[in-house]
Every structure is written in C-alpha cells, then in structure tokens.
Design a protein around this ligand. Structure first.
Ligand code: NAD
Ligand code: UD1
Length: 336
C-alpha cells in the first residue's frame, strides 16, 4: 500500500516513515524543508537500505501535489506538515492559519480529485486547553488558547465535516501528548532549528554543554514537587500508533479520534533527574516564573486508543531520555 506522508522529513514524520517502511508500506515523502533537513530521510533510507521518493514542495501548492498524485497511486495520506510553535503562532497568526489550514485544505482537495479517501491527521493535546479533568478523555469539550491549538481544532472540525459527507471516507485524528526521544539507531531524532522551546531538547543541550542551564517555568504549581506535569511519549511509540491507526481506519469507513500518550504524568524535575541519570551529567537549573499559557497538569486517558488501536505505548521515561541522549551525543550538531 502506498502512503503519501506530508511533513515526512520532520521529527515525527521521519520516525513514522521509518515505522511504515518497517511494516512493509511504500512511502512517498513530501516536505518543503522549512523546518527540517532532507538528511533525516536519507538516514531512514540508510537504515532500511531502500529508496524513498521525495518531493520538495509546499503542500499549499495544489498543482505540485497533483503531479505527485498523478505519478504515484496514493492510497492514503498521513498529514504531519504544519507549523508547531505555540509562541510563534501568537506572533505570526496569519502565517500559522494560512499554513496549517491552507495546507490541509489543499491536501484534501487534491485527495478528493484523485478519489483517495484514507487520511490520518496530527492533532495535539493542546486542543484540550486547560482541561477540567485529568486524565484527559477524547470526548471532553475542546478549547484552544492560542492560534496553534485553535488551528488544530478548526482542522479537526473541517475534516469531520468533509468526511461526514460521504460514507466511504476513513479518517483518523490523533491527538499527541508530548513526543520525545529518538530512534534506537541514533540516526534520526529531533533537530530544533534554534534555541529549543520544548523541555527535552533544551535539557539535552544543557547536558551536552551547548546551553548553560535550564530555566524551569514555575515551581508553584499544585503538583507534588511544584513543577508542571506532562505525558511524555516516545516518538517511536507514537509512530507505531500511526501504523495501528492506519490499519484500523482502512478496514472500514469511520472517523476515529484517539489520544496518543502513555497515560502517565512526569514533572519537570522527574525529567531532569532521569536525564541526569542517563547522561551522567549534572543539569543546572533555576526555577523562574511560570511560562504564559502553560498549564499545571496534562496527561492522557489512553483507554480508547489502547482498545480501538490495540496499541499501548511501551517505553518508559528512562528509555525516552536514553534515546534522546544517544541521538544528542551521536549528532551534536543535529543533521548538519
Ligand atoms: P516538524 O516541524 O519537525 O515537522 C513538520 C514538517 O512539516 C517540517 O519538516 C516542515 O518543513 C514541514 N512543513 C511545514 N509546513 C509545510 C508546508 N506548507 N508544506 C510542506 N511541508 C511543510 O514537527 P513535528 O514535531 O514532526 O510535528 C509534526 C506534526 O505533529 C505537526 O502538525 C505538529 O503540529 C503535530 N504535533 C507535534 C507535537 C510535538 O510535540 N512535536 C505535538 C502535537 C502535535
Ligand atoms: C508545548 C506546547 C504544545 C505543543 C508541545 C509540543 C506550549 C504552551 N505548549 O507543550 O502546544 O503541542 O509543546 O510542541 O508551548 N519547561 C520548562 N523549561 C523549558 C521548557 C519547558 O520548565 O525550558 C516545562 C514547561 O513549563 C512544561 C514542561 O516543561 O511544564 C513541558 O514543556 P514543553 O516541552 O514546552 O511542552 P508543553 O508545554 O507541554
């Protein structure tokens, strides 16, 4: 089965391409390389000794996309391409809505033209806003608190409207919690362009000495140690969740919505301790004010995903940190 992967050279895209190849799928990769390097795909090719057709294009460019659909018999699409920084989305809402919504519209319109009806979408736990109850179930009301999360909510609604118009569409909406870690090979991993915003890439750059210390955003949350709690999930578990979801939705027309997390919460200090243990390095830190827009606790209720996908995340925090550290030490400059 041939799958078009948008955002294929990105962090989650490249790990999912690896798992797709591993599971015997054929992949056609597209990305505009605004936030990634083609080297990630070359590493996947090296890992599996295969060739992956790649097209450098912006998915908003429908005529470029059509050429890809013309050339390959695409049976399903996994859609990762998008802009993902909450802070940047507040500064650049026009770019974020245009890219995230426009990219999705364009993909769906081209799929419709080519009668391709199987679609998996990367959504985010940020669609839950500040949740009223923990663990978070899929059926609670959604509430976006920034342009990034609102773009995800709008896309979810658009997709459901589109897919409800016909009875033979297969749609999967996967809401990721906090993906971290890297492929066991150490060949692919997360390669942020700039100073990282997210916790693990920041901590690993402190451990390797690129950044002097970690600033912990808030030590006065109502959590056991006062720092924020999140559901960190290994990116390979997440990637395998996509394979399972694809296998489920392609069996029969449906709209599937599932949380991809571990169901366990870890505080910022838990992460610091785990990373110190793995790396054998001290992570100096200072506790500063809370980051605007952050919430105290977020972790998933994974019962629905475990049941419908027959999938469960298997990696623990220690292993996620080990794999992130292996990637960091083997690739101190990322893909460059
Ligand atoms: P990433 O930035 O590493 O990958 C996204 C890829 O999309 C990049 O390679 C980028 O170059 C490409 N891209 C962006 N706009 C494009 C366009 N218009 N045309 C073609 N390519 C385009 O991000 P990621 O962490 O791999 O995230 C993948 C998806 O998962 C995103 O939609 C993101 O919002 C979602 N998500 C990520 C996280 C996370 O923590 N990483 C959490 C929840 C949801
Ligand atoms: C953030 C985004 C979320 C997005 C996710 C993945 C915000 C408000 N939310 O989630 O929408 O889906 O990234 O891209 O940006 N922390 C520190 N110091 C740091 C970095 C983080 O203390 O330098 C803390 C945060 O306060 C939080 C935890 O570490 O408690 C995790 O932060 P992060 O990795 O940025 O993820 P989220 O904030 O959960």
């Amino acid at each position: 089965m041939k799958i078009l992967v948008s955002g294929a050279t990105g962090y989650i895209g490249s790990h999912t391409v690896a798992e797709l190849i591993n599971a015997g799928f054929k992949v056609v990769a597209v990305d505009n390389l605004t936030n990634s390097s083609l080297e990630s795909l070359k590493r996947v090719e090296k890992l599996f000794k295969c060739k992956i057709p790649f097209y450098r294009l912006d998915i908003r460019n429908k005529s470029a996309l059509k050429k890809v659909f013309d050339k390959h018999s695409i049976e399903a699409v996994i859609h990762f391409a998008g802009l993902k920084s909450v802070n940047e989305s507040i500064l650049k809402p026009v770019e974020y809505y245009n890219n995230n919504l426009g990219g999705t519209f364009s993909l769906i319109e081209v799929m419709k033209e080519f009668n391709c009806k199987i679609f998996l979408f990367s959504s985010s736990a940020s669609v839950y806003g500040n949740p009223q109850s923990i663990p978070i179930k899929e059926n609670v009301p959604l509430s976006g608190s920034n342009p990034y999360s609102r773009s995800k909510i709008m896309i979810e609604q658009y997709l459901q409207d589109v897919f409800n118009t016909s009875d033979n569409y297969c749609l999967g909406i996967l809401r990721y919690f906090n993906p971290i870690g890297a492929h066991k090979s150490g060949l692919i991993g997360e390669d942020p362009n700039d100073i990282p915003n997210n916790l693990i890439p920041f901590v690993s750059q402190v451990a390797i000495g690129k950044i002097k210390k970690l600033y912990i955003f808030g030590g006065d949350y109502e959590t056991p140690d006062g720092t924020g709690i999140r559901d960190y999930i290994h990116v390979v578990d997440l990637a395998i969740g996509h394979i399972k979801a694809l296998q489920v939705i392609m069996k029969k027309p449906q709209v599937l919505i599932a949380n991809l997390g571990t169901g366990k919460g870890h505080s910022v200090l838990d992460v610091v301790k785990a990373f110190e243990k793995t790396s054998g390095r001290k992570i100096p830190f200072t506790i500063v004010d809370r980051r605007q827009g952050d919430i105290a606790i977020s972790y998933a209720d994974c019962n629905h995903a475990n049941k419908v996908l027959n999938w469960k995340a298997k990696y623990k925090l220690d292993e996620m940190c080990e794999d992130a550290w292996r990637w960091q030490t083997l690739n101190p400059k990322g893909y460059n």
